[in-house]
Write a protein that binds this ligand. Structure first.
Ligand code: FES
Length: 257
């Protein structure tokens, strides 16, 4: 897929809690094609500390309003600067990068989309594209506490939403891999979140012979396969997550070795 370098205008910034901002970006031209699971490299302007672009996953693409939604966790100077770009300001974005999640081809299949923390971001667009194809997925979303659960009302538009919290303040107490919905049968799991969570989900999927894809969040810089800082060991050798991923079938990874 062709890559684009575009100046997108900040249309709206909504703080979902003290750490996470939902940014809606737009352009005067129709936004380029984007797949669920792909990401954007955002240039950090007006910062003396951050030279490199920041990789941010595509949260949603609203074609009707020509908006790209990014769910940004503020973890340092780069993301702080990006999220404090004023409405009307411009963010230079390289997109659409990486591969994407597999989409269902068979309407009878049951798909589980699970994520934790800001890792839930790409699952909204994925769920929306699934619903377009006639499949309502089950979202299983985990967080430390209720106030860290993000965008639940948006997820509810596209499927069944179940949650876990580590402190029990919402949904079932514990981790996503403890949730009772896992007693049900699923044909496919798509997962994104902290590494220990993804490994636990991959273990569960392998044990139950369920097809499973995970979206890796390795450290990235260039986003286009040039700097080699995002390398992941796979069954076929080392690959750049930014180019070959970020989405991988768990059977390609060496986690189960
Ligand atoms: Fe540079 Fe992947 S981020 S090679």
């Amino acid at each position: 897929m062709r890559k684009h370098l575009v100046d997108l205008t900040v249309k709206e910034v909504t703080w979902l809690n003290e750490k996470y901002a939902l940014m809606k970006l737009t352009d005067t031209h129709p936004l380029p094609e984007m797949l669920p699971g792909q990401f954007v490299e955002v240039r950090v302007d007006h910062s003396s500390q951050t030279m490199l672009r920041r990789p941010i996953s595509i949260h949603f693409v609203d074609r009707e309003h020509n908006e790209l939604w990014l769910l940004v966790a503020v973890v340092g100077d780069g993301t702080h600067t990006i999220t404090h770009t004023p409405v009307g300001g411009v963010l230079n974005c390289m997109l659409s990068l990486g591969n994407g999640f597999t989409l269902p081809t068979n309407e009878g299949q049951r798909w589980l989309l699970t994520g934790g923390g800001v890792g839930v971001a790409p699952l909204l667009y994925l769920g929306a594209e699934m619903k377009k194809r006639g499949i309502e997925p089950t979202f299983l979303l985990g967080a430390r506490k209720a106030s860290d659960l993000l965008q639940l009302q948006e997820f509810e538009k596209y499927g069944r939403v179940l949650v876990t919290t580590e402190d029990g303040s919402a949904g079932e107490k514990g981790f996503v891999t403890n949730h009772s919905v896992l007693d049900e049968h699923f044909d496919h799991i798509s997962c994104c979140g902290p590494l220990p969570m993804m490994k636990a989900v991959a273990r569960y999927a392998a044990q139950h012979h369920i097809a499973c894809e995970v979206s890796l969040e390795n450290q990235m810089a260039c986003g286009i396969g040039a700097c080699l800082c995002c390398v992941e060991k796979t069954q076929e050798g080392n690959v750049c997550v930014c180019k070959e991923g970020p989405v991988f079938d768990i059977n390609r990874l060496t986690w189960q070795n």
